[in-house]
Design a protein around this ligand. Structure first.
Ligand SMILES: C[S@@+](CC[C@H](N)C(=O)[O-])C[C@H]1O[C@@H](n2cnc3c(N)ncnc32)[C@H](O)[C@@H]1O
Length: 292
């Protein structure tokens, strides 16, 4: 790393009056609601659902819930695979500083555009910084023990690097404008979305190994992921990630199911009558680790 490389100037200290030992700014009542391990999210107007802009965006409500659960106002949130900036929008809404990285300039440009809209009611001045770079370089940008939460949805290995068959959609709707299209993020060899499973797990592990020293002790690290189906076989991506993260020093804390049933419309019959396969579009995993 060149000596001249300048770390990002961004706040990371809590600005609220909550006691030091509290994990977040939530009241006891909200805490109870958050202990259920099945989460459901709904889209709001500002969510971007156009697959021509980005093929795999999560709802603002997802990172927002993680931010509220695991950080205080003013603390620093990291998204290593930013996409079009959803985590930074949630951080802005919640008065948290945040930085997000994506390999693809098209997406970082869109993130900046999304964040340019003025915020009306904020109680604390915060920054949300978008960086176009490989997530492997994150340690060049951030100081050690400054990040209070890492939250992201990485590529699901090479899941998108196939012709889209829209198997979860029924009837004529199935042959929509995305049918048979390959909607990968990019052709960059460092793009985790074009890597085969083993190479993908290795690349992801290297990235998270670099992130660990940047986290404050007991900072949470959330990874939203789904398993892979290929040639009629399920690959347990989520358990490979748990194993890999533990190997590089993270501690696995929780597994949460993102219940997507209300987001899936007009589901088709899949496998009937000979092959039982649960429709993986109906749920995803939210893996929760921390720095011990
Ligand atoms: C599932 S998307 C994230 C979407 C995001 N949660 C959102 O709501 O917009 C994963 C992102 O990882 C990015 N990506 C892939 N490999 C990367 C790498 N090595 N470093 C940084 N970003 C990468 C892709 O460009 C893609 O936008």
């Amino acid at each position: 790393m060149p000596n001249t490389f300048k770390k990002l100037e961004i706040g990371y200290k809590k600005t609220c009056n909550c006691p030091e030992k509290h994990i977040n700014c939530l009241e006891a009542k909200e805490w109870v609601r958050n202990q259920v391990a099945i989460w459901e999210f709904f889209y709001e107007k500002r969510d971007v659902r156009d697959k021509n802009i980005h093929p795999a965006v999560f709802p603002i409500a997802l990172p927002k819930k993680c931010i509220e659960l695991f950080t205080h106002k003013g603390e620093l949130v990291l998204d290593p695979f930013l996409g079009i900036g959803t985590t930074l929008v949630a951080a802005l809404d919640s008065d948290r500083n945040a930085v997000g990285f994506d390999l693809n300039k098209k997406y970082t440009d869109y993130s900046k555009k999304r964040l340019a809209q003025p915020k009306l009611n904020f109680s604390v001045e915060t920054k949300q910084i978008v960086v176009c770079d490989d997530a492997i370089n994150i340690p060049k940008y951030l100081e050690k023990e400054t990040v209070a939460l890492s939250v992201t949805s990485p590529p699901y290995a090479n899941m998108l690097n196939h012709q889209r068959l829209n198997k979860s959609i029924r009837g004529d709707l199935r042959k929509n404008e995305h049918y048979l299209k390959v909607q990968q993020y990019s052709n960059n060899p460092r793009d985790l979305g074009i890597m085969k499973l083993q190479e993908y797990i290795e690349a992801l592990t290297e990235i998270y190994k670099g992130i660990l020293p940047l986290l404050k002790p007991r900072a949470h690290c959330i990874i939203n992921i789904n398993d892979l189906w290929e040639n009629n076989r399920r690959y347990s991506t989520h358990s490979y990630i748990i194993e890999a993260m533990e190997k590089v020093g993270y501690e696995f804390r929780n597994i949460i199911i993102w219940d997507k049933r209300k987001l899936v419309n007009r589901v088709g019959i899949y496998g009937w009558p000979s092959n039982y396969i649960t429709l993986s579009t109906t749920f995803e995993y939210i893996l929760d680790f921390w720095k011990p």
